[in-house]
Design a binder for this molecule. Sequence first.
Ligand code: NAP
Ligand code: GDD
Length: 347
Amino acid sequence: MKTSLVTGATGQDGSYLVRKLLSEGRRVCAMLRCSSTPHTARLADLTPGVQANGSELIYVLGDLGDSASLLRILEEYRPEEVYNLAAQSDVRRSFDVPEYTGEIDALGALRLLEGIRQTGLASTTRYYQASTSELFGEVREKPQRETTPFAPRSPYAIAKLYAYWTTVNYREAYGVFACNGILFNHESPMRGENFVTRKITRGATRIRLGLQDKLRMGNLDARRDWGHAEDYVEGMYLMLQQSTPDDYILATGEEHSAREFLELVFSRLDFQLEWEGSGVNERGIDRKSGKTVVEIDPTFFRPTEVNYLCGDATKAREKLQWRARHSFDDLIDDMLRHDMALAESER
Ligand code: NAP
Ligand code: GDD
């Protein structure tokens, strides 16, 4: 049985990837970090140990800031695959904690790759690095491809740039089967509530049921290429099953503004949203009730914004036969179904 180590197992992508790897019959070492209360809500329905199909789930304690814990895990389980998903992944917050973000997102990747080398796993362990479309930042071409120059615009993106090149360097210098997945935004009902899509589906469903008055939003004119996380973990898995390591973009090729996402969600929930005012004084009013349901709050603006991201995943389609199976509408449906049920349970 192959062993796969997943860092960031408790996050959005980790929760889908752990399930995918168990369905492939792997022994999955899901790395958790120390916390006073468990962060395992997204894995709550899984029981550690041997699963019905013979696969196995093991929780291991480690932190990307702590080389000793990583070395211990690598020594003990000698995984054939390492998926490095752990990160301080919030772009806005990275401006508040730039040093910590660099420590985990940049040096964390180095610690893992160097650990793979020092434990003698360089020629047997395949490594996936969770790279990001944020690398393209102030974009130099539209859509962005694997060859588009990087222009990062946040401490998060700059830390991920270091991790990207470290991954390439360990591939070239030591022959590690190391791949960068340059993933465009992907969302799901498991998305953290601080990210814009989930903030909207969670907030709008709560407003619909009278549990919340309004949403306070940042720059609604930013455009993103939003896919479904379930499709994107399939791509991560495929990258490590190839005969040679490479770097791939995963994206839908379709872009929407945060405003469009918000308007679609509110209209599905039967609001009649109309905009009044401009800039920080802009408000979204529900014509049916006359209430203000959306306000602009500059707290959510970023010192440097990424205004536009849209990816070209031709390489992944051709070489990995990867497809984004969920449409934009499917994604919204999935998130709204989940968040409406959640809001109903809170009434
Ligand atoms: P997420 O939900 O924020 O999950 C982040 C994970 O990292 C959590 O499991 C978190 O653990 C863990 N973590 C944070 N700091 C850690 C540390 N010091 N040591 C060990 N684990 C730590 O992120 P996601 O959306 O699933 O994204 C997964 C990865 O893909 C991230 O690296 C992200 O930067 C990258 N990425 C995401 C997207 C996207 O659109 N989702 C796109 C491109 C790239 P706790 O649960 O304990 O906090
Ligand atoms: N979070 C948030 N909250 N974003 C808002 C808000 C708000 O109230 N209002 C507008 N936005 C805009 C942001 O300014 C940004 O331009 C866009 O919505 C998307 O923000 P996020 O959902 O926070 O995601 P992100 O694009 O910054 O970063 C995510 O995707 C990256 C891949 O491109 C994260 O998952 C990163 O970890 C990932 O690498």
